[in-house]
Design a protein around this ligand. Structure first.
Ligand SMILES: [Zn+2]
Length: 298
């Protein structure tokens, strides 16, 4: 009997190991609320820097994760989010999306929103020439689109016309340039200092303190940080215990097509397999590297 059980569990382990690790938690009774946001003209969201907030309700928090995907920590964070039935938004760095396209597809398959965060995360795009800064942004979008190219259409649609400046170091000119392409810019309402050398307990304490102070909004975290993965479960539980709920940021219906229809677009329409393709609509032409990473990633 023992050996039958052992064989069965071995078989189960083998079977599980061969499955893609993409299953969402079937025990989730409710989907995370979705806050849909206009992107036409490139509005900038987030009260820390801009007058406009994402319109979250009182005690509603949108979790956002920057700087990934990271093979050591992003999968942990995806599992924690699934376990707690929370959907979030990931602002990805192009070179990591290029290096780990399977994780980009995994984030999309699990139902999260994806935005971009430049090609190589330079500290301050303001210090770049317009052409180099624009190339940084463009290559970030291209890398995520390429990673998702083999994914089902529903997953490809997870890439939103959303951009977040590295270090939140924006420029009016670049926001305007993004706006001409109907790409929205995202700041936040609060952070948790998870990029600093502090303990995971400190990250959790700072997140809770900052959230309580404002009461609603977008939280910036980093899915590249083990301290963030270590405290995330506790943070979600503490917020829920205090009456908070979570929301996923998403572009409003048609936003992606609107961005794709802009002159010199940064993002392309998602074509269903049965939809006729347009000549010249392939990604290849846009993917020629024109700028090497110039700054060490943080
Ligand atoms: Zn960043």
């Amino acid at each position: 009997m023992k050996s039958v059980l052992a064989a069965a569990s071995m078989l189960a382990a083998l079977f599980c190991a061969s499955l893609p690790a993409r299953a969402q938690n079937p025990a989730c009774e409710q989907e995370t609320s979705v806050v849909t946001l206009p992107t036409k003209g490139g509005p900038a969201y987030g009260g820390m820097q801009y007058p406009r907030s994402a319109g979250l309700g009182l005690k509603q928090v949108a979790l956002t994760f920057d700087d990934g995907p990271n093979p050591d920590t992003t999968p942990l964070i995806l599992d924690i989010l699934d376990r707690h039935c929370v959907k979030a938004t990931f602002f990805m760095v192009g070179i990591y999306a290029e290096r780990h396209p399977d994780i980009v597809r995994e984030v999309a398959a699990r139902g999260h929103t994806i935005g971009t965060h430049s090609w190589s995360h330079p500290n301050n795009l303001r210090h770049y020439s317009p052409a180099n800064a624009q190339s940084q942004i463009r290559r970030g979008f291209d890398a995520v689109e390429t990673a998702l190219a083999s994914a089902p259409a529903a997953d490809r649609e997870r890439l939103a016309p959303f951009f977040r400046f590295p270090g939140l170091n924006d420029s009016k000119t670049l926001i305007g340039w993004l706006g001409e392409r109907n790409i929205a810019t995202f700041s936040c309402e609060f952070g948790a200092d998870d990029w600093k050398s502090i303990s995971s307990a400190q990250v959790r304490i700072r997140a809770l303190r900052n959230i309580a102070y404002v009461g609603r909004g977008i939280l910036i975290l980093h899915d590249t940080k083990p301290r963030t993965a270590a405290m995330l479960s506790g943070l979600i539980e503490a917020l829920r215990a205090d009456g908070y709920s979570f929301a996923r940021l998403a572009p409003e219906e048609g936003a992606r097509a609107l961005a794709a229809a802009a002159p010199d677009p940064l993002i392309r329409p998602v074509r269903r397999a049965d939809a006729p393709s347009e000549p010249g609509a392939t990604l290849g032409a846009a993917l020629k590297p024109s700028l090497e990473p110039q700054t060490a990633l943080q």
